[in-house]
Design a protein around this ligand. Structure first.
Ligand code: MN
Length: 322
């Protein structure tokens, strides 16, 4: 059975150099440096790892955390350079790789033009963006060109987590020993619930009433949203009378979720009950998670062959036009 994964990361020496100084302190929490060699490889070693786990295609994206902390000119140049390298990786192995665009969102109009170039000229399948920009969530009206471009080109935007802003880090994650605060603010908890919050803000802003065909992808089994959707519906109903649909209506129709980095049955079953097999896509989060672990999880899922086909490849083929 064909298997396509969507949250699979690369980096470039230029991007790692530019963002390395952002991660001073304990090197054990520099996930990017720890995975450096695998992030930089888009050739035979990556493909051998995919083959060993029975993964046919990866949709590649920059692990772009730190892009928002660079100045606009540096970020713009790095995004364009990364997109050229992503295009070269796909061109070298077009049956094994596809790509999501890297965007420098400090200047949303410019980013939207680069987004369009990536889709029309480089054949990319969407864009992947990382968390807040200049401390702003993407429901801020300045980012409208990003979403208008996605809808106009009929491609999704993958909303990926990023470390919280300095204010949030201080208020919520300081006063803890060693690197505990950093890990708690990122992969252990913080950036997942922040991404879930980000999705709720996008919905509550009316974005999907203005752009009803827009599709957002979120990883990590839905960034806690399937678990809390009922609660969001219940308590936001009174405050979101300006919306055409309940919160969960948008979540079920304008979002897809992936299994990236969450290889555990209880959250998967919750996601199946809340959004269903048409909107769940298998992903790994390579190289931060192992392809083989993702595959082992996939192989144990108690679902029908039809649902398995949707989750492993049919949903991806439809959403990304692969
Ligand atoms: Mn990731």
């Amino acid at each position: 059975m064909r298997t396509i994964t969507l949250e699979e990361h690369i980096s470039t020496p230029e991007f790692l150099n530019a963002t390395d100084k952002l991660w001073d302190g304990d090197p054990s929490v520099n996930f990017w440096k720890a995975s450096g060699a695998k992030l930089l490889d888009t050739g035979k070693d990556r493909i051998a790892d995919m083959d060993a786990a029975g993964i046919d295609m990866q949709v590649l994206s920059l692990s772009g955390i730190g892009m928002d902390r660079l100045d606009s000119a540096t970020a713009g140049a790095l995004a364009r350079d990364t997109n050229e390298k992503l295009a070269a990786a796909v061109q070298a192995h077009p049956k094994r790789f596809a790509a999501f665009a890297t965007l420098a969102l400090h200047e949303p109009e410019k980013a939207a033009r680069e987004f369009e170039r990536c889709i029309r000229q480089l054949g990319f399948k969407g864009a992947l963006v990382n968390g807040t920009i200049d401390g702003l969530f993407l429901d801020d009206p300045r980012f409208t060109p990003l979403f208008e471009t996605a809808q106009a080109l009929n491609v999704p935007i993958y909303l990926h987590p990023a470390p919280p802003t300095e204010e949030v880090r201080k208020a919520y994650f300081s006063g803890l020993p060693a690197n505990l605060g950093f890990v708690l603010s990122t992969a252990a908890w913080g950036w997942h619930v922040e991404t879930g919050l980000h999705c709720l803000r996008l919905i509550a802003s009316g974005l999907f009433d203005r752009l009803p065909k827009l599709q957002i992808i979120v990883g990590h089994m839905g960034e806690a949203l399937p678990f809390y959707m009922d609660r969001a519906d219940m308590f936001l109903a009174q405050s979101t009378k300006h919306l055409q649909r309940p919160i969960s209506g948008y979540f079920r129709e304008n979002f897809h979720i992936t299994t990236s980095g969450v290889f555990s049955l209880p959250p998967f079953l919750c996601a199946m009950q809340v959004v269903g097999a048409d909107r769940i896509l298998f992903s790994v989060d390579y190289p931060f998670c192992d392809n083989s672990l993702g595959r082992a999880f996939l192989d144990t899922l108690p679902i029908s062959p039809e649902d398995m086909a949707k989750i492993t490849h049919k949903n991806a083929e439809r959403l990304l036009k692969l």
